[in-house]
Design a protein around this ligand. Structure first.
Ligand SMILES: Nc1ncnc2c1ncn2[C@@H]1O[C@H](COP(=O)(O)OP(=O)(O)OP(=O)(O)O)[C@@H](O)[C@H]1O
Ligand SMILES: [Mg+2]
Length: 290
């Protein structure tokens, strides 16, 4: 029997000694190729802390095997302080090598329109999306080229920086499974921060683990990280916080239809959190305009 991990999103991972092969089913090949090219670009900048696709074929790519564990698994076994310092090391290194170099511009209005489209796609599954749609429209109506969410500095980012996609050893880390879409790999760094927020603040990471003890321990660690969230980053202020909340909300919206197929209660929880965040952000954007 073939022994490889096949994911629901249509990709599979095979460990072949020192290398790993990631392959995709026909409908997902474009996405995999975009990922391979994007990882190569990231590797050029980040170096050994990022996977480097070696051989890219039309339905697969290979990369070096990284002998570590996923950061979410690490968090189930580390003290809260250790988890905090490990994550801080990672965000600081990414800031230094990647985010601090950002000089391009980002079209937030175009991204917002894309979010409205994704909301409609979720609605097509039979879910009521009217509240979310209204919240997105309200936020859009505030856009005038000068809000806190516009004219953001952008550059190459990872795009799917969840704890699952950060592999760690005792003294190193390795990024895998990036996502350059829909912004072609170029977006504000707060989009990556929004993904880290998702790992810490959404239910998903915690509900993946069964067993009362590991779940309770993980909750304590994530609460600790949440309380000190601002201190994880070398730069922080109210505007950065708002932008990262906006991108966190956007990640939930982007995941609604996919999560619905796995677990509809999770997609409903994501919907509610996105809605709450968008309402809060809209209020703050208004206040900052005054
Ligand atoms: N280069 C690697 N070295 C070690 N382990 C790896 C490597 N690449 C992937 N893995 C393991 O396989 C898991 C799945 O890989 P990956 O994150 O790329 O795919 P996925 O999340 O299933 O994919 P997708 O969402 O793109 O379909 C990772 O979480 C990690 O545990
Ligand atoms: Mg992954």
């Amino acid at each position: 029997m073939d022994n490889f991990r096949r994911g629901i999103s249509g990709s599979s991972i095979e460990f072949l000694g020192p290398i790993v092969r990631k392959s995709a089913e026909p409908g997902q090949r474009r996405r995999l190729m975009d990922q391979a090219k994007h990882l190569r670009q990231l590797h050029k900048i980040i170096g050994k802390n990022c996977a480097r696709p070696i051989e890219i074929k039309k339905d697969s790519y290979t990369m070096e095997y990284f002998p570590g564990i996923n950061l979410d698994v690490y968090c189930t076994m580390s003290t809260q302080q250790t988890a905090f310092f490990r994550l801080k090391e990672i965000t600081h290194l990414l800031w230094k090598k990647l985010y601090s170099k950002h000089k391009q511009s980002f079209d937030t209005l175009k991204y917002l329109k894309y979010l409205k489209k994704r909301t409609q796609e979720y609605g097509a599954l039979g879910e009521d999306v009217s509240k979310l749609n209204l919240a997105l429209l309200k936020l859009e109506s505030l856009f005038d080229g000068h809000t806190v969410l516009e004219n953001l500095n952008a550059g190459l980012i990872h795009g799917d920086l969840t704890f699952e996609n950060i592999m760690v050893t005792a003294d190193s880390f390795f990024l895998i499974d990036s996502n350059p879409n829909p912004h072609n790999g170029v977006a504000p760094w707060t989009l990556d921060v929004g993904k880290i927020r998702q790992s810490i603040f959404s239910l998903y990471e915690i509900t993946k683990y069964t067993g009362h003890r590991s779940r309770a321990g993980l909750k304590t660690t994530y609460n600790y990280l949440a309380d000190r969230f601002a201190r994880l980053f070398p730069r922080w202020n109210e505007r950065i916080n708002l932008q990262s909340e906006f991108f966190e909300a956007s990640h939930y919206i982007r995941l609604l239809d996919y999560k619905y197929r796995l677990d509809s209660s999770l997609s409903r929880a994501y919907y509610q959190r996105a809605l709450r965040l968008l309402k809060k952000i809209t209020k703050s954007v208004k206040l900052l305009k005054k």
